[in-house]
Design a protein around this ligand. Structure first.
Ligand code: ZN
Length: 335
């Protein structure tokens, strides 16, 4: 799978749906568009094929600049168009397109090779900044993520909103790879299909193509709510879970999503379990260490959190929970 590089696009790109992109770009495609400032802004959309907000925001931007010069060059990667065709995050036969980037722990494969090729190409072009646009399935506010605590990165994130998450894991994400060569963010724009998400992402892209330079002075503390991920929580293989069937190994309340981005205290119950002896969750910290027992305990068949924390990305989508994780746990960082 070699990267297909183009500098013009078919007219249909301006009006097609995300599911039609694969017909336009059957192989991984990088579109370079020339603008007034030459160092390009890199934008990736649809790394997860069912997360269409970034594509729709970008499409609006391209329509707006179809007949006028862009203020800055753009390089665009259209992500997992095959999965988008089926409306899925990824196909079962594919790796997750937001785990394949340099720094990944997954084995070498065609996808890790083209991801590396894209970073190399953008490095050579002296990329100005990188924006990777996502949706999530749970009830989450919009926020931006960064992988480096650097003022320019914080400013780029803060332009999207006051809520910013700093994380190092999982490995192999796009923004972490680009963070090595330029200011980079991942945007989380709520659920797919919400007009507000497209409007917000579009306004952000438009702001970004007009920036001449990112500030290097500190972001004012009153302008930002910065959190860092302390653990990624998965359900251990071999344990069943459910939001409706209380006979599953792990039974969650269907209102669990309401805990997203809420600071919860030690002792809060996450769900109930069949056995007091078998811990169904696994928590991994940012260094990759198993920290389950520091975060969770089972008391009288209740699964409880052991310390004050703030969950994010909790979702009721069982496929996402199996393919990705149950949630992340975070703590506030004071700058
Ligand atoms: Zn995503």
């Amino acid at each position: 799978m070699k990267i297909n590089q183009i500098d013009t696009y078919p007219e249909a790109l301006l009006s097609c749906e995300a599911k039609d992109l694969h017909a336009l770009f059957p192989q991984p495609t990088l579109l370079h568009l020339q603008g007034k400032r030459t160092h390009p802004l890199f934008i990736s959309v649809l790394l997860h094929g069912n997360e269409t907000t970034g594509f729709l925001a970008l499409q609006r931007l391209l329509n707006q600049y179809a007949t006028q010069e862009l203020p800055r060059s753009l390089s665009i990667f259209f992500g997992n168009t095959r999965a988008a065709e089926s409306g899925l995050r990824r196909l079962d036969s594919q790796p997750d397109y937001n785990r394949i980037w340099p720094g990944t722990e997954i084995a070498d494969c065609p996808e890790t090779q083209f991801a590396k090729e894209i970073v190399d190409i953008m490095c050579e072009k002296e990329v100005f900044a990188s924006i990777d646009i996502h949706n999530n399935t749970g009830l989450n506010p919009h926020y931006a993520c960064i992988n480096k605590l650097d003022n320019r990165y914080l400013h780029l994130a803060n332009l999207f909103g006051r809520l910013v998450v700093y994380f190092l894991r999982p490995l192999g994400v796009q923004s972490a790879a680009f963070a090595e060569i330029c200011p980079a963010v991942t945007l989380e724009c709520g659920r797919p299909g919400q007009q507000y998400g497209v409007d917000h992402a579009y306004a952000y892209l438009k702001d970004c193509i007009h920036i001449s330079e990112l500030a290097t002075h500190p972001v004012l503390t009153q302008d930002i709510d910065l959190f860092h991920t302390t653990a990624q929580v998965k359900i251990q293989e071999g344990h069943s879970f459910s939001f409706s069937d209380s006979s599953a190994d792990l039974f969650f309340d269907s209102g669990i999503e309401r805990m997203n981005f809420t600071e919860i205290s030690a002792g809060t119950c996450f769900g109930s379990v069949q056995s007091n002896d078998a811990m169904p969750l696994s928590a991994i910290d940012e260094q990759g260490h198993e920290v389950t027992r520091q975060f969770f305990k089972i008391d009288n068949q209740q699964l409880q959190i052991k310390r004050n924390t703030m969950p994010s990305m909790l979702t009721l989508d069982e496929r996402v929970i199996r393919q990705d994780c149950l949630c992340y746990l975070m703590e506030r960082i004071r700058l």
